[in-house]
Design a protein around this ligand. Sequence first.
Ligand SMILES: *Cc1c(COP(=O)(O)O)cnc(C)c1O
Length: 459
Amino acid sequence: MERWQTIIEPFRIHSVEPIRITSRAERLGAIEEAGHNLFNLHADDVLIDLLTDSGTGAMSRDQWAAVQHGDESYAGSPSWYAFLASVQDLFPFRHVIPTHQGRAAEKILFSVIGGPGKTIPNNTHFDTTRANVEFTGAEAVDLVIEEGRHPEGEHPFKGNMDLGRLEALLAERTPATIPAVLVTITNNSGGGQPVSLENLRGVRAICDRFGVPLFLDACRFAENAWFVKTREPGQADRAVRDIVREIASLADGMTMSAKKDGLANIGGWLAVNDDRLAEQCRNLLILTEGFPTYGGLAGRDLEAIAQGLREVVDEDYLRYRIRSTAYLGDALAEAGVPTVRPIGGHAVYLDARALLPHVPPLRYPGQALAVALYVEGGIRGCEIGTVMFGRHPDGSETPAAMDLVRLAIPRRTYTQSHVDYVVEVVRWVAERARDLRGYRIVDEPPALRHFTARFEPLV
Ligand SMILES: *Cc1c(COP(=O)(O)O)cnc(C)c1O
């Protein structure tokens, strides 16, 4: 295969899901009814749905077959043992605790180790992680490297932890107030940017020096391992599976959303080595998720995840996955559309503030761009900017650090011609960006306003 340049989808289509083609007039009606909020749309009014890569991927033939093997015994189901074996094959932690999705694992872990006066450092906390840390009264601190804070700069491992700042933080606070260090792979909030093995080893060494455990937020572990294989000196000849196991060996536990690199539509887990911590977590699990051999999941879900974990470390899949995201990003960059660089694993981020300089941040350029992509082409992205982050608990409003529109790529779901269509629509909208107007919010809830706020276009 080496002589051919085109990296093809390493699958063919076995079961077809129609998508509904709508007219521009229909989409205008739908978005008005939705209060110009893309979260309020009926999904069948969307043509290409790039809202999120979470739980939106296509399962394989073998996963659907595994679903039929689902055993729904309340305790000790064979599906649980299949799940456990598959998780421990990649992540040989002593205790694996299934949950219905990633945030449930976070909620349980931080309920046990968090609390007032505690600090949890991370490269960048994902929003549910930060919310679960802060809900316990603990402080969530982001310590990504300086390069990770600048959207335009190229760096192969922009998700890396700033080791100097981590060491300073651990030296400043007593280890007793830092119950764990987290590393998020890949760094979702930072644009799906990977963390190098060398950096993880560095974090491990610092944790050892201060006697603090290290946890992975490992939702996109396979994508991260692929970046290690292809970008990190000395890693090119290793199997991805091997890299994943080394990453696991550096940590004391993990939280996971199987809706990402589990290639499943639901599920997650918490894994730890510490026996006492595992017991405390299982006690909470029984309160909120269920018995420890199913944790809020049906047996069939456990089977789908067990099979998904075998498929996600397939290197033909990962080559295609990472290339197809970069294909979209590179085509847009070539067309002069400003994007966050380099292109991460699961999404392309359009820089709406740069594209719409005539729309001030408090008039929501990201919202204007996201709505235009929907109206013109039926594409649903996600505003990540002032709508999402601009309102503060004290009621004040300030511009977010950036105004982006995220185009997240569901796994194994869209073909190259779908992506070519997205490129065409984004280019068309970008060429007419100066005609786009901002928005004002006419109705918003007290928190997490981006999900339900209603907007009005400015004239
Ligand atoms: C999605 C995600 C979570 C939360 O997982 P859910 O399954 O959505 O609850 C946590 N951390 C990261 C980095 C994520 O991407």
